[in-house]
Design a binder for this molecule. Sequence first.
Ligand SMILES: Nc1nc2c(ncn2[C@@H]2O[C@H](COP(=O)(O)OP(=O)(O)O)[C@@H](O)[C@H]2O)c(=O)[nH]1
Ligand SMILES: [Mg+2]
Length: 451
Amino acid sequence: MVMEGLGDSLRSTLKKLANAGHIDAALIKEVARDIQRALISADMNVRQVLALSKVIEKRALEEKPLAGMSNREHVIQIVHDELVKILGAPRQIPLKKQTIMMVGLYGQGKTTTTGKLALHFKKKGMRVAVIAADVHRPAAHDQLKQLADKVQVGFYGEKGETDAAGIVTRGLAELKKKTDIVIVDTAGRDKLEDSLIEEMKQIFTAAKPDEKFLVMDAAVGQQAESQAKAFHDAVQVTGVIITKLDGTAKGGGALSAVAATQAPVVFIGTGEHVDELEALDPKRFIGRLLGMGDLEALLEKAKAATEGTDADKMARKMLSGRFTLDDMRQQMDMVAKMGPLGKVASMLPGQMGQMLQGRDMEGTQVKMRTYRVILDSMTPQEREEPNLIKAPRIGRIARGSGRTTNEVRELLKYYETTKGMMKGFGSNRKLQRQMMRGMPGQRGGGMAGGR
Ligand SMILES: Nc1nc2c(ncn2[C@@H]2O[C@H](COP(=O)(O)OP(=O)(O)O)[C@@H](O)[C@H]2O)c(=O)[nH]1
Ligand SMILES: [Mg+2]
């Protein structure tokens, strides 16, 4: 698992959230603080962490959950969203004729990743070649040559030459005609030095690269941000590649680098072998980190609440004009499953939605709970045949449910109104069709039997 430490602490924070009885401002603050701690101890830049946790806290406190989502799911989703944002909008590197320049400090994985990228593009059917423009380490030329041979792509290098930009110019001239993608591997330094930045600028001018990839070891610490900025100023980084995510690295520094360049993470390296490179899908990556591979499923919940046999049966009932108190109870359960009523109303099509919108939804929700209790105090027969319910029974039901007789009468009145509405609905084909289309998660043809 990549970024194990960070993942562990983020997951335990989310677990705390998931197990909490009640989500309130204090808990949200605590969660935001936990996330701060997790990211800072993973070496993410402190200023960035503070900004991030502030956004998470603000959104969690101010935004209302979407339909079908509980408060806790909503907060988890916000944490997920904001972390995904750091990784940048997903970006696929186009399969076109282009030059790619690799930059980064010594030992970050530039040369290895150059080989991996070459293989990646070759597998996609591109003609690929690499240029060895690291003139600082004697072995660099041979290292890249071996990699190129291994993955069987073109290679250009001039062993012993010390002018990197010259190599690039001549290499491109030779390779351009017979190659789609040329990847230029460059030298690093132990640390950020003026001579390195100068050399990058020269290579940049010679190569006129389309893509400039900053290669960063996941283990890079707090200095990641300044490094990333320096490279970004020199060559305008278009993508970040985080390597060695298979190790025990904390990874936060790499996240800082990404935030600093505003360039998305495009690939991650997950091992020493040439095929251990993954195109990065920020959502999936963060989902994995937070241990919620099924987040997507969570988000589908609103839809699912209306799907399946219950909704089908209900729809058919509604259209047949037969509508009992049991049906009403079921309907109320269904709506309750979908979440806050205001949102549900806004999802309903046409007249149905308009009718509900603008009403006092909080009040309605409270009412619904009261009705539920009253309905539970009725006998099954009463719910099946509501016209049985006259004065003596009303008294009994009220006592049984701990509500007043007025409330029981109110429920019966509500039932009659709803029934009337359902009947009207049943004879209105246009509304029916509208409803079928608009019902969230309603499968096409699910109501065919009602016609
Ligand atoms: N485990 C692991 N090792 C990697 C990865 N990428 C590179 N390395 C190793 O990191 C070391 C330095 O890589 P190299 O490509 O020479 O770095 P450069 O100096 O930036 O060109 C080598 O031993 C590589 O095998 C990776 O994704 N995972
Ligand atoms: Mg190298």
